[in-house]
Design a protein around this ligand. Sequence first.
Ligand code: MEZ
Length: 535
Amino acid sequence: MIYTPEMLASMKKVEAAREANIALEPRRLTAEEKEALLKQYHPDYRDDGFTTIQVGPNKGEKAPLELNAMLEAHSRLTDAKVDLTKIDYDVDVLVIGGGGAGSSAAIEAHEAGANVMIVTKLRIGDANTMMAEGGIQAADKPGDSPAQHYLDVMGGGHYANRPELVRKLVMEGPGAIKWLNELGVEFDKAEDGTMITTHGGGTSRKRMHAAADYSGAEIMRTLRDEVLNRQIPVVDFTAAIELILDTDGKVAGAVLQNMETGELLVARAKTVVIATGGAGRMHYQGFPTSNHYGATADGLILGYRAGAKLLYQDTLQYHPTGVAFPQQIFGALVTEKVRSMGAKLINSEGEAYIHPLETRDVNAAGVIRECTTNGKGVDTGMGKAVWLDTPMIDRIHGKGTLEKRLPAMLRMYLKYGIDMREVPILIYPTLHYQNGGLEITEDGQTCVKNLYVAGEAVGGIHGRNRLMGNSLLDIIVFGRNAGQHAAASAKETQLKELTLSHVDKYEAELKAAGIDSDAVSPKLLPTYARGAKAF
Ligand code: MEZ
């Protein structure tokens, strides 16, 4: 038996209350109640998790301790000599990152006739895109509209979102779904061929398009095929460790490092797209993560040293339902789709204490409150947790529904002897998404000329909290956008002499601020990776 007696006793209460909890519609919190809950329990409000940035364009602003340590670290080139006249790769558009945003950017740049190359420190598809489960939002159904989607995105982001970016996201949403569908993504469809759509937290309409509970993997499979079919060069196991500028201050490529041999290489490029993804493997405030192995905020460091500004670097998303038990899959994602299909959040006493589709930040704070002040968490041996009452799904929609709509999740738990059709599962927030990132204009460009950013490395689209399914949408909309603009700019760009003087300038700034760090950045791999410090 894998459960402790305490777990079993609490599980009995959940089972006993199930029918009543299915019938119950927990009320939505008021704006004031949400704000109070966030301030008291959301990790973004914990002062001890943050510090003040001392160097660079965002000097004086707040950043998570772990990110700031990377901003204050030395360049990996500090003791290395790079000959910038020896060019290993010469391209129009260099895409750094092989996830959904990078692949979309490369496809569009290629479509526009640019000579484009992808460089990735792992392999194409080793990315958070691959890990996304529940779906992709777009307002393409009768009764919905981009305007309605816009209001949801802004509300979810606490109205801190950049309006022009949100406008682009929602207006181009239906086109993004059409593009993916035509490329070959196998979306869930009804018998008449229309797409099946569901709700997510904070959505006013059912606009979540999915491929079962492996939507991101299906999208990434399709994009990767397209990149390979177009024969776009992909240089894998090779990290970008510094951007190169030219003597006019435009971006002009990147210094690359082979992850196996450590060899340094020079990629000259007329334009660069940073698509390096998120930061879950920074484990902010000690949280586990749902992110892939390479999510270490590299693009933020590369862009920042070259002079690009960060926006909302102090806000992270903790997905309310990370696996809390069993230990082997601690922190893995339990898709929000589980809640959108009717499973409720239940505390140790069997109480459905909150609406399951409040926005993610609110639900994460709610779980933390139950497990701390309210004393209604279940001890897992690794901390406290609450229940997600998954048997409700088949009870509401009929036997077989969970297996059909959430097959990957079901399989993941069955491996550990847990049948989530029969028993509830234990969850706790897991570090899921970097709400902030590099600041861009509508064409995807930073304040460094010809330096573009797409995907999770961008800040501003989602304000201070992203809604489910808007990340898979943004990687497509802003990935394609960055690729198109980068290809167009490359046509008009003449590069001057290449330089790394910005790296020396940044080092001088660190010294002047009295910062003495023995760390190097970008991080590239999590601290617990073998040889992480070297590469
Ligand atoms: O957008 C996401 O983060 C997502 C779809 C996650 C999920 O819960 O499945």
